[in-house]
Design a protein around this ligand. Structure first.
Ligand SMILES: [Zn+2]
Length: 324
């Protein structure tokens, strides 16, 4: 079902609605105990007084709580997920996930802070928790077929930013971060990562991690670095950007360049400043959004919600980065 923000608001009128919504998406009609994995029908702990229960502080809570038929422990649909242990109402969480899923350039912590009356820090953490759910599965398979590989440079001093004479920009690379992206022409999936440099050995090791060399037709621009390792793949075709050649037959790196353009627009325009330390999390967000670009906003939101379990944050904001 396609939802826009109005339909979502209509469906999630109360906290209990939001719990139900997550239960349906994560479990279908069969709750799974996050403690022992049991799918034996658990007991629903019906609140004594109507639809809400009292918390220790005396306020009404609409948490939907279950008790496992095997291990006898209690759980809710939030247990063991990125939403667990947060003070943000579940309803608000679902809306923030929808915002993340439906905005092309991402949303800034500032926007979320204002829109949902959260503190700056809470908003910052909420977005990073959702990015955690957007991270690629650790056991994602290897790519094969036509794969575009390309790199870009990000960050650095404003005087070194893009738009300056490219011949001078080599100097500026000292304070820039290199990003390498692989785009599968077969599935549309993109995988990006921060790399220390763009030497052939580095590019090779990233490629080895993500593709089956003997089944991969590598498309790159004519950078010399790839010419040195191209023979290690089923084939290697390069378009020659210095000759203003961007497409030759089936060979093009436009997919990667389109991705980088969007990424930079967002990092500069929406987020303003992203430290190198946290850059991988933003890349995960953009890879996810690009990979699922043909999905509807609702499908993208549902994908995120199905991936919220088993991912916990273990870091703090970097100094000076708090809450941007
Ligand atoms: Zn259990």
């Amino acid at each position: 079902m396609a939802l826009n923000v109005l339909a979502l608001a209509d469906r999630l009128r109360t906290e209990a609605d939001a719990y139900l919504f997550l239960e349906e998406l994560r479990w279908g009609d069969r709750p799974v105990c996050p403690h022992c994995g049991s799918i034996r029908t658990p007991y629903f702990l019906r609140p004594r007084e109507g639809s809400s229960r009292r918390t220790r502080t005396g306020s009404a809570s609409q948490r939907r709580v279950w008790k496992c038929a095997d291990c006898r422990r209690q759980f809710s649909v939030l247990t063991g997920t990125i939403f667990h242990g947060s003070k943000i109402p579940v309803r608000t969480w679902v809306f923030i996930v929808f915002d993340m899923a439906s905005s092309k350039n991402g949303v800034s912590a500032r926007e979320i802070e204002r829109k949902y009356s959260l503190t700056a820090k809470t908003a910052w953490f909420a977005l990073h928790r959702i990015r955690e759910a957007m991270t690629r599965e650790p056991l994602a398979g290897l790519l094969s077929g036509r794969v575009v590989a390309d790199e870009t440079w990000f960050g650095g001093k404003p005087s070194n930013r893009h738009g300056h004479d490219p011949r001078k920009s080599i100097q500026g690379r000292h304070d820039k971060t290199a990003i390498m992206s692989l785009v599968s022409r077969e599935t549309g999936e993109v995988r990006s990562q921060v790399v220390n440099n763009v030497k052939p050995a580095t590019l090779r090791s990233v490629l080895r991690e993500h593709v089956v060399p003997s089944a991969t037709h590598l498309h790159t621009d004519s950078a010399r670095n790839y010419r040195l390792i191209g023979h290690e793949f089923a084939s290697h075709e390069a378009v020659n950007h210095t000759n203003r050649e961007y497409v030759r037959g089936d060979v093009t790196t436009n997919h990667a360049e389109g991705y980088f353009a969007q990424l930079k627009r967002s990092l500069d325009g929406t987020h303003h400043h992203v430290s190198r330390e946290h850059l991988p999390r933003y890349l995960a967000e953009f890879d996810f959004r690009y990979t699922t670009r043909r999905d509807s906003d609702t499908e993208r939101m549902e994908r995120i919600i199905r991936r919220v379990a088993g991912r916990r944050l273990t870091y703090r904001p970097a100094r000076g980065e708090a809450c941007r």
